[in-house]
Design a protein around this ligand. Structure first.
Ligand SMILES: [Zn+2]
Length: 260
């Protein structure tokens, strides 16, 4: 991999300075669930294809939610309608408000002191508190998501005016599936091929229409999570040291030069 390839797949260039992105950094964390996921596929290639399908699904859901938030609901792909209706149910349940529609959706944040950048999904008020909302489209919320959100919130707050500091972090997981009316197995078609989880293997299954659900979680222990993220960042640097050495405009390399 050339230095340029590494830069474009792992970070952002902001005002001529390169910063690694939050999601590249949190990728150093081992995900045992992923081994199980790969093991459940016929071979590596089908697992890989399913992963790509899931990533495309995630992108489609994010784009659709973004369109809804911007008041452009007519652009929604039929495939994600159950997910979007779950999103609407969630919005009906809480008092939500975006203070600045132009700038607070898909918001780029950066931290030049700790040398990273990222794009948070939505900065918004929920029941009167300003915070960072991240939308997930997998089958569960993973622990390291809290590190990702701590990184976003910390970077955002560094440059935010006192009155507009974020205080909360939330994960909203949106899901859709058909459910077996007999055994409760769930069949999802987000990855391009039907995948059944749970229930009884010998049931024969009688699946419902596709329905959407949401899971909403407020995260706690911000300081501890941020520490975890910064530790992950240190490990990420160690793993990528040979690439990072060659990136002249990496903010950390710049800083060293300033000492002379
Ligand atoms: Zn069944």
């Amino acid at each position: 991999m050339t230095a340029e390839q590494f830069k474009s797949s792992n970070g952002y260039e902001i005002q001529g300075i390169w910063l690694p992105r939050v999601t590249s950094i949190t990728n150093v964390i081992s995900k045992p669930g992923l081994f199980y996921y790969y093991g459940n596929h016929k071979n590596f290639a089908t697992a890989q294809a399913a992963m790509n399908g899931a990533a495309d699904w995630g992108t489609l859901v994010h784009k659709s939610v973004e369109a809804i938030l911007r008041g452009q609901g007519e652009k929604i792909d039929k495939k994600v309608l159950p997910t979007i209706s779950a999103f609407e149910q969630w919005r009906d349940k809480y008092k939500t408000r975006i203070l600045d529609i132009e700038n607070d959706i898909e918001k780029r944040v950066d931290d030049f002191d700790n040398h990273y950048a990222g794009t948070l999904d939505v900065l918004m008020e929920i029941n009167g508190d300003l915070g960072v909302l991240d939308i997930k489209t997998g089958t569960s919320i993973w622990d390291e998501h809290s590190l990702q959100l701590a990184a976003y919130m910390s970077a955002y707050n560094k440059n935010a005016p006192t009155k507009r500091k974020a205080k909360k972090r939330w994960i909203l997981r949106l899901d859709q599936y058909e459910e077996c009316e007999v055994c409760g197995a769930k069949r999802r078609n987000k990855t391009g091929n039907h995948r059944i989880t749970g229930g009884e293997r010998n049931c024969g299954h009688s699946f419902s229409d596709e329905k959407g659900t949401f899971e909403f979680k407020e995260l706690s222990d911000f300081a501890y999570d941020l520490e975890g993220f910064l530790n992950a960042k240190n490990l990420w640097e160690w793993i990528n040291k040979s690439h990072l050495k060659r990136i002249k405009n990496y903010s950390k390399n710049k800083k060293t030069l300033k000492l002379f």
